[in-house]
Design a protein. Structure first.
Lengths: 150, 632
C-alpha cells in the first residue's frame, strides 16, 4: 500500500507545486547601482590580475584628468578593501608590503563586484589595494597607460 | 540464542559486519565533509558536517529499508539482515549528529529555548509550501531514537513481540517524515537536480522492491492455498473431514521446511528425523519466516535471527520461553494432511512418522546458503554473494554521496574569523543599528559617480556591531552613541560589508586616539524612493557566520536572529549576480525586526526610501510596504 502510495503522492506534489517567484529585478537594481556611483559597463578587454580584478585607466576625467576604473570579477574575500593612489616617490620611501605610505591618497572602497571609477591625482604612479579589516596591503600595481586596459 | 545456550556474543561475522559498517560510515562522513570544504571553500564547517551527516543518514535509511524486501526476494541477503539493528543504531547516531548540529546552529544561542524555537519557527502551517521542515526531521529522529533505544532483545522480551514489532515498523513513518523534511527543506533551495534525483530514485527503488517481494509472496501463497483448497474440495481430506491435503510427503526434504497458506494463515511444514511437523510460520522474535529455516540440533531455526523451536511443541528450548502455535498433522497414502485449526502456542503434538513405503523423501542438497549469525562460519558460497552485495551497497552509497556532493551550493564568499578577536577604535553610533565608524588611513581625494560630479571619498568605514550568538548589540552599546570607543571584536564580512561581533561592551576612548575619525562623519545621501525585490535575511549569518544564510533551510535561524536584535537586511540580487544588501529600518529609523519575522527568507517586494552613507545602504520602509511574493 505504502509502496503504491509513495510515488503517486510525490509525483502529484511535484506537479502541483507552484513556482517560486523570481527575486531578481534587474532594472531596479541597475537604477540603484547608478545611484551608488557605480559604473555599469567597462569597455575594453580587461586583463585579470590574480585578484580577478579588471583595471582600466582613461583620460575622460574633468580637464583630461586620468580616471581609474576597477571591477572585481568576483567578490574579494577580504574585509573592507580600500583603493589608494600612490606616487612613485612615496612607494619607494621605505614602505613595507603591509603598510601604506603616509601620503597615500584614498580613492574609495570596493564592494562586491560593483565597478568603481575614481579621478587619479596627477602624480599617481601606482594603485594599491588595502584591507582595513586586516590592516594589510593586498596588492600594488603600476598604473597602466591612459586608454589602456590591464 | 541457540539450543546450546550460547549467548549471542561477538563472533567474527559480527565484528566484520560492524567493522565494515563503521569504516564505511566514517569514511563517508569524512569524504563528504572534506569534499564540501574542498569544492566549496566558502562553506562553513558546521554546514559541511550537517550536510555530510544528513546525506549519510538518508542513504543509510534507504539501505536499511531495502534489506527487508531483498531478503524476501533472495534469502542470500539474510546475513545483511542479521545485524541490521547495528545498521539502524549507526544510522540513528549519524542522524543525531545531523539533528544536533542543526539544532545548535539554527536554534541555540538565541533569545528562546532551542527546542521551543525548533517548534515555533521556520515557516507557517497555513501554507503547505511553507510548512516548517525541521519539526518533521525532529519527529523522524524521535522515532529513530525509540527504535535504537529499544533495539536490544531485552526490550523485545519486555515489550512483547507484537508491541516491539509495531514500534519498529514505525521506521516507515520515519522514512515518510524524512522525505517531507527534505522535500520542504533543502529541496526548496536546491537549484540543481541531484538531490531530487537521489530522493526519487530512493523512493522508486524501495517501492519497487516491496512490490516485487509482495508479488513473490503472493504467488507462493496463491499456489499453496489453491493446492490445499482444491484438495479439500476433491474430498481428499478423507475420514477426518476437516483435514486438508496440503502436499505429498516426498515434496518435503529432510531438515527443511515449506511454507503453506492455509485459510490465510501461513504454516511452516517441516520434515525432521523421518517425521512431519507443522507450526505457525511467524517467529515470535520478529515474525521471521520459520518455514524458510532449517532443522539444526533437532530444533527449527528461524533464518532471520536464529531463534529455535522444538518441532513437536513449537516451544523454544529451555530456558527460553517463546512458543508458536502448532498444527495437527497426519500422513495417508504418501500425502500430508493438516488440520487447519491452529492449536494454542506450545501445544505438544505427536508427529506422524513417515513409513518406509509412503515416501523415500528427496535427498537434501548441500546447505550452502543457510547462515545464522551466531554460527562460527559462513558457507563459502554465501560469503562470495555477501561480499558482492556489500560492495554493491558501498558503491550505491558512494555514487549517491558523490551526486549529492556535486549538487551542493552555490555558496558565495563570506567569512567569520571565529576565535580571532581583534582590537578596534572608532566612533560608535546606536542608530539606525549599532555600528562603528573606523578611520580610513591616507588622504582623501575624489570619488566619481557614473555620470555626476565627483564626491569626496569617505574617510571612514562603517562596521555593523552585533553581540555573540543570535543577539544584537543594542544592550552592549547603550549609552555610547556618538562616543569614541575602543572595543574587541571578531570580523564577519562579505562582499564589501563588514561586521564586528563584540567580545564585550565597548569602552570610551579619547578622541585624540582616533585621529580625525570623530570629525569624519559622512553625510547621508538620499537615493530616492525605490521598489526592490529580494529576500529578508539576518545580517550576521549573511555576512559570514553561516553559509548559506538564506532560503528555506536557513529560515528558522534568520527568525531567531532577527528576534534577538540582529540587524535585518534586504538581499537584492541582480541577474548578473551582483548583490545589494540595504539595512531595513522603519521610516523613522526604528528597527523592524519583530514586525518582519513572518516575511523572512521568502521573496518579498519592498517599497521604501533608499539612502547611502558611504558603503552602507539604508532602506527606510514600513511593514505594510513589505509584501510577500510566495504564491498562496
Amino acid at each position: 500500500m505504502l509502496a503504491l502510495l509513495a510515488p503517486v503522492v510525490l509525483i502529484v506534489a511535484l506537479r502541483v507545486r507552484a513556482a517560486r517567484p523570481s527575486e531578481v529585478a534587474p532594472a531596479l537594481t541597475q537604477e540603484v547601482r547608478a545611484g551608488l556611483g557605480a559604473v555599469a559597463d567597462l569597455d575594453g578587454a580587461p586583463l585579470l590580475l590574480p585578484l580577478k580584478l579588471a583595471v582600466r585607466v582613461s583620460v575622460d576625467g574633468p580637464g583630461g584628468a586620468r580616471l581609474l576604473e576597477l571591477q572585481p570579477e568576483e567578490p574579494l574575500l577580504e574585509p573592507d578593501v580600500l583603493v589608494y593612489a600612490v606616487s612613485k616617490a612615496s612607494a619607494r620611501a621605505g614602505t613595507t608590503d603591509t603598510a601604506l605610505p603616509a601620503d597615500a591618497r584614498l580613492l574609495g572602497a570596493l564592494s562586491g563586484t560593483l565597478a568603481r571609477r575614481w579621478t587619479l591625482p596627477a602624480d599617481a604612479n601606482e594603485w594599491w589595494l588595502y584591507s582595513l579589516g586586516h590592516q594589510t596591503v593586498l596588492a600594488r600595481e603600476a598604473l597602466p597607460a591612459a586608454g589602456g586596459a590591464r | 540464542m541457540s539450543v546450546g545456550y550460547r549467548a549471542v556474543g561477538w563472533n567474527r561475522s559480527k565484528r566484520l559486519y560492524d567493522g565494515v559498517l563503521l569504516g564505511a560510515t566514517l569514511s563517508y562522513l569524512v569524504l563528504f565533509a572534506g569534499g564540501m570544504l574542498a569544492l566549496y571553500p566558502a562553506v562553513t564547517l558546521e554546514t559541511a558536517v550537517i550536510r555530510a551527516a544528513g546525506s549519510c543518514a538518508l542513504l543509510l535509511l534507504h539501505v536499511i529499508l531495502a534489506i527487508g524486501p531483498l531478503c524476501r526476494l533472495d534469502r542470500r541477503f539474510l546475513p545483511l539482515l542479521y545485524n541490521r539493528r547495528h545498521l539502524g543504531v549507526t544510522m540513528f547516531a549519524v542522524a543525531l549528529l545531523h539533528g544536533g548540529f542543526a539544532l545548535l546552529q539554527y536554534h541555540a544561542l538565541g533569545d528562546s529555548n532551542p527546542l521551543v524555537s525548533l517548534l515555533t519557527t521556520g515557516g507557517r502551517w497555513s501554507v503547505v509550501s511553507e510548512w516548517p521542515f525541521q519539526p518533521f526531521g525532529a519527529a523522524a529522529l524521535l522515532i529513530l531514537f525509540l527504535m535504537a533505544a529499544t533495539s536490544h532483545d531485552f526490550w523485545l522480551v519486555n515489550l512483547t513481540a507484537p508491541v516491539w514489532k509495531a514500534l519498529h515498523m514505525a521506521v516507515y513513518l520515519a522514512w515518510w517524515l524524512v522525505l517531507v523534511h527534505v522535500g520542504l527543506g533543502v529541496l526548496q533551495d536546491e537549484v540543481g537536480a541531484p538531490l531530487a534525483l537521489v530522493l526519487g530514485a530512493g523512493v522508486v527503488l524501495l517501492c519497487a522492491l516491496h512490490l516485487l517481494a509482495a508479488a513473490k509472496e503472493h504467488r507462493v501463497d496463491a499456489t499453496s492455498n489453491s493446492a490445499a483448497t482444491s484438495a479439500a474440495a476433491a474430498g481428499q481430506g478423507g475420514a477426518d473431514g476437516a483435514l486438508l491435503d496440503v502436499c505429498a510427503v516426498d515434496e518435503l526434504r529432510e531438515g527443511r521446511g515449506r511454507v503453506l497458506n492455509v485459510g490465510g494463515e501461513r504454516v511452516a511444514l517441516f520434515r525432521t528425523g523421518g517425521r512431519v511437523a507443522a507450526l505457525s510460520n511467524a517467529c515470535q522474535h520478529q515474525n521471521g519466516p520459520l518455514g524458510e529455516g532449517r532443522i539444526q540440533d533437532g530444533c527449527i531455526v528461524c533464518p532471520w535471527h536464529g531463534y529455535q523451536y522444538v518441532p513437536e511443541s513449537g516451544r523454544s528450548p529451555p530456558p527460553f520461553t517463546e512458543a508458536v502455535p502448532t498444527y495437527r498433522v497426519t500422513l495417508r497414502g504418501g500425502r500430508v494432511l493438516l488440520d487447519p485449526q491452529a492449536c494454542a502456542p506450545g501445544t505438544l503434538q505427536v508427529l506422524p512418522v513417515i513409513a518406509d513405503g509412503e515416501a523415500t523423501g528427496k535427498r537434501p542438497a548441500p546447505d550452502e546458503d543457510f547462515f545464522v549469525g551466531y554460527l562460527p562460519a559462513v558457507p563459502p558460497r554465501l560469503v562470495r554473494f555477501v561480499q558482492r552485495a556489500v560492495v554493491g551497497v558501498l558503491l550505491v552509497m558512494l555514487g549517491g554521496g558523490a551526486l549529492l556532493l556535486a549538487g551542493q551550493g552555490p555558496f558565495r564568499g563570506s567569512r567569520f574569523e571565529f576565535g580571532d578577536v581583534g582590537a578596534w577604535r572608532g566612533v560608535l553610533h546606536e542608530s539606525p543599528q549599532p555600528l562603528l565608524e573606523v578611520r580610513r588611513p591616507g588622504l582623501g581625494v575624489t570619488d566619481l559617480g557614473s555620470s555626476g560630479p565627483g564626491a569626496p571619498a569617505e574617510l571612514v568605514s562603517r562596521y555593523l556591531l552585533v553581540a555573540p550568538g543570535k543577539h544584537g548589540a543594542q544592550a552592549l552599546c547603550a549609552g555610547l552613541d556618538g562616543q569614541a570607543v575602543a572595543l574587541h571584536g571578531t570580523l564577519v564580512y562579505r562582499g564589501g560589508q563588514v561586521m564586528l561581533e563584540l567580545a564585550e561592551r565597548p569602552v570610551p576612548a579619547s578622541e585624540a586616539q582616533l585621529g580625525a575619525a570623530a570629525a569624519a562623519d559622512g553625510a547621508l545621501v538620499a537615493l530616492g524612493e525605490v521598489e526592490l525585490v529580494g529576500q529578508i535575511v539576518d545580517s550576521k549569518c549573511y555576512f559570514g557566520v553561516m553559509n548559506p544564510a538564506e532560503g528555506t533551510s536557513h529560515r528558522a535561524c534568520a527568525e531567531r536572529c532577527l528576534s534577538g536584535g540582529i540587524p535585518a537586511l534586504l538581499r537584492v540580487r541582480a541577474a548578473d549576480g551582483t548583490e545589494l544588501t540595504p539595512l531595513l529600518t522603519g521610516r523613522d529609523g526604528r528597527a523592524l525586526n519583530l514586525q518582519l519575522l513572518d516575511r523572512v527568507a521568502v521573496p518579498v517586494r519592498v517599497r521604501g526610501a533608499l539612502e547611502r552613507q558611504g558603503e552602507l545602504l539604508l532602506l527606510r520602509t514600513e511593514p505594510a510596504d513589505v509584501v510577500r511574493l510566495v504564491p498562496r
